[in-house]
Design a protein around this ligand. Structure first.
Ligand SMILES: [Mg+2]
Length: 123
């Protein structure tokens, strides 16, 4: 099993070997994460109800591989942003999940489809 620090190191090495850090602004990396997310969404666009079931059941390995590739593209952008800003993405993730545990109190939301706005998005 690979830990997130190893993945972050792989992304950093990939960037450094190509001397691409000079071209990778935070804005571009953030935009790239969104573009890659849209590529992931595009996989699911305009299919009938059986599409997801075929992926889940293992009958559509080609689409599963496309999904894996797009998720890896998204992860690369996230790891590159964390590297540029020199923060531990595993610590950031744990903090975020802790916040979500509080916001979505299991005693209040279990089995319910509820959207609770993030404090980051309240104005
Ligand atoms: Mg992609």
């Amino acid at each position: 099993m690979t830990d997130i620090k190893e993945l972050q190191s792989i992304a950093k090495d990939f960037i450094d070997k190509r001397d691409w850090r000079q071209f990778q602004t935070l804005k571009d990396l953030a935009m790239n994460s969104s573009i890659e997310s849209n590529e992931l969404m595009e996989i699911f666009l305009w299919h009938d109800k059986n599409f997801e079931e075929n992926i889940i059941s293992g009958n559509d390995k080609e689409t599963l591989n496309k999904i894996k590739n797009e998720i890896s593209d998204i992860l690369f952008s996230c790891l590159a942003i964390a590297d540029h800003l020199n923060f531990d993405i595993s610590e950031a993730y744990k903090n975020k999940m802790s916040e979500l545990e509080k916001r979505y109190d299991v005693n209040k939301v279990k089995g319910k489809l509820i959207k609770i706005p993030s404090p980051d998005h309240k104005k």
